[in-house]
Design a protein around this ligand. Structure first.
Ligand code: NIG
Ligand code: FE
Length: 411
C-alpha cells in the first residue's frame, strides 16, 4: 500500500543520510523541504521531494496537505507512564508549602506510588498505562522509553515490566523498557540498604534478563536516594546482563553520578537541573546523551537544565517528558519543546532536533525514527495550517497537531 502526501507546506527534519545525533552548533540547523511531497509504502518512508519534481504515481492513495506541515514523530526517551492512580494530594501539599523532598521523607513520593502499584492487579495497571500511551501518541509521540521503578519488590517490578512488554506487543510505536528497581529504598530496607541492592542484583536482574523484559538499567542517583557507589554497583551488574545504563543524575544535587555514568558508557544521563562546569566537562568526548526534562522543572519549580551551557560546549542535548505521577504528570512533548524554547533559551531548531533525532539516539532508535529519512518508520504527524514550524513552540498550550501516523497508519 503506497500513500503520497501532497503539497506539504514544509516537511521538517529531512535527512538524506541517517545521522545518529546532532551536537552544539549543528543543533541550530533544521533541514526542511518547502512545498514538498512524501511517499510512504506500508510502514516505511519510501521517498520525498519537492512538488515541482514529483513523479507520476499510479495506483496510490493521495492526501492533500496544503497549508500543513509534516514533522517526524517526537521521540520521548524518558518516561514512567506505567503507574497506578495519581498523587494529586501531594500536588496540593506542595502548593501549601511542602517540598518534593519533604513529602518523600514522610513516606510520600515514590513510595506512595509503589504502595498503590503493588496493590493494583496487572490487568488494571495495563489499562491505566495504555490510556496514557494512547494519550501521548495522539500528541505526536512516535517512540517512547518506559521505566519500571514503582514496584520496588521482585513481584511488582516484574509486573511493571510485563505491562511494558504487553504495550510493546499491542502498539505499533517502538517502545524501550528500562529497569529502575533502584528508584527509592523501600521502607523495610531504609536501615539496610545493602540488602535491597542485593535484591536488585541477585533477584530482580536475573529474572528480568531471563524473561528479556528490559533493554536498559536506570538508578535514581541523588542525595537521599542512591549514592554514586551504589549506582555504580547496580550499573555494573546491569551491564553484565546486557542492560545499558540510562541514569537519573543531578536533579537536585551534583554528586558525581554523571561522571560515573559516563565512565560506564551510559547511553544517556537525564535531568541535569544542577550542573557544574566539571559535569559539563565530563560529557565532552563521550557518547553519552544529555537529556533535559523541562516539564519536571516546570511542575516542581526547580531550576531548568542549563541547555545553553550544554549546547554552547558543543555537546548534544535531548528533550523528554519524564511523564510520571510525582514530578511530571504530563506527557506532552509539544509542551516540552515550547518550554525548552521559553525557559531554557533553546531555539525552535535546537528544540526540535533535541526532541526528534537526539531523543531517538537516547533510546538506541536512531536507525528507525527521529527524522524523515528513506527507510525509517512512517511515524510522523501532520500539523494544522500553521505559518512556520516555530509556531509550534510559540503557540504553547495549543494543540497544532491535525493527525498522527504510526507505522504508516493514521491513528
Ligand atoms: O524522574 N526523580 C526520580 N524519579 C522521577 C519522579 C518520581 C516520582 O516522584 O514519582 C523523576 O522525576
Ligand atoms: Fe524520571
Amino acid at each position: 500500500m503506497t500513500t503520497v502526501f501532497l503539497n506539504i507546506k514544509e516537511l521538517i527534519q529531512v535527512r538524506n543520510s541517517n545521522i545518529k545525533k546532532v551536537s552544539g552548533k549543528e543543533m541550530q540547523h533544521l533541514p526542511t523541504l518547502k512545498n514538498a511531497y512524501l511517499v510512504i509504502e506500508n510502514n516505511l518512508i519510501k521517498t520525498y521531494g519537492l512538488m515541482e519534481d514529483i513523479p507520476h504515481f499510479l495506483n496510490v492513495k493521495t492526501i492533500d496537505c496544503s497549508g500543513k506541515m509534516i514533522f517526524p514523530s517526537w521521540c520521548d526517551s524518558h518516561t514512567h507512564i506505567v503507574y497506578a492512580g495519581n498523587r494529586e494530594q501531594e500536588f496540593v501539599d506542595r502548593i501549601n508549602g511542602l517540598t518534593y523532598e519533604e513529602i518523600a521523607s514522610k513516606g510520600g513520593g515514590i513510595l506512595n506510588s509503589a504502595k498503590k502499584l503493588q496493590a493494583t492487579p496487572e490487568d488494571d495497571l495495563y489499562i491505566q498505562s495504555a490510556k496514557r500511551l494512547e494519550e501521548v501518541m495522539a500528541l505526536g509521540t512516535g517512540a517512547i522509553e518506559i521505566k519500571s521503578g514503582y514496584g520496588l519488590t521482585v513481584e511488582a517490578e516484574l509486573k511493571m515490566l510485563r505491562v511494558i512488554k504487553k504495550l510493546k506487543d499491542k502498539y505499533t510505536i517502538p517502545i524501550k523498557a528500562t529497569f529502575l528497581g533502584a528508584h527509592a529504598f523501600p521502607s523495610a530496607y531504609k536501615k539496610n540498604q545493602d540488602a535491597y541492592i542485593d535484591v536488585i542484583i541477585n533477584e530482580m536482574l536475573p529474572k528480568i534478563a531471563n524473561e528479556k523484559l528490559a533493554e536498559f538499567i536506570d538508578v535514581f542517583c541523588e542525595t537521599g536516594y542512591f549514592s554514586v557507589e551504589q549506582t555504580e554497583k547496580i550499573m555494573i551488574a546491569g551491564k553484565k546482563y546486557g542492560l545499558q545504563p540510562k541514569i537519573h543524575v543531578n536533579q537536585f544535587t551534583s554528586i558525581g553520578g554523571l561522571q560515573t555514568s559516563v565512565h560506564h558508557q551510559a547511553l544517556s544521563v537525564d535531568h541535569l537541573e544542577v550542573m557544574t562546569t566539571d559535569d559539563i566537562e565530563a560529557l565532552k568526548n563521550s557518547e553519552t546523551m544529555a537529556v533535559a526534562l523541562p516539564s519536571c522543572s516546570y511542575f516542581l519549580s526547580i531550576p531548568y537544565t542549563p541547555a545553553r551551557d550544554i549546547i554552547d560546549a558543543n555537546l548534544p542535548l535531548a528533550l523528554a517528558t519524564d511523564y510520571n505521577p510525582g514530578s511530571t504528570p504530563s506527557g506532552n512533548m509539544n509542551f516540552v519543546v515550547a518550554t525548552a524554547c521559553i525557559k531554557m533559551k533553546m531555539t525552535p531548531e535546537e528544540a526540535i532536533n533535541a526532541a526528534t533525532i537526539n531523543g531517538a539516539y537516547a533510546m538506541n532508535l536512531s536507525d528507525e525514527v527521529g527524522s524523515i529519512t528513506k527507510g525509517k518508520k512512517a511515524n510522523f504527524f501532520i500539523t494544522k495550517e500553521i505559518p512556520s514550524y516555530g509556531f509550534l513552540p510559540y503557540s504553547f498550550g495549543s494543540n497544532v497537531i491535525d493527525s498522527v501516523y504510526s507505522n504508516g497508519q493514521k491513528i
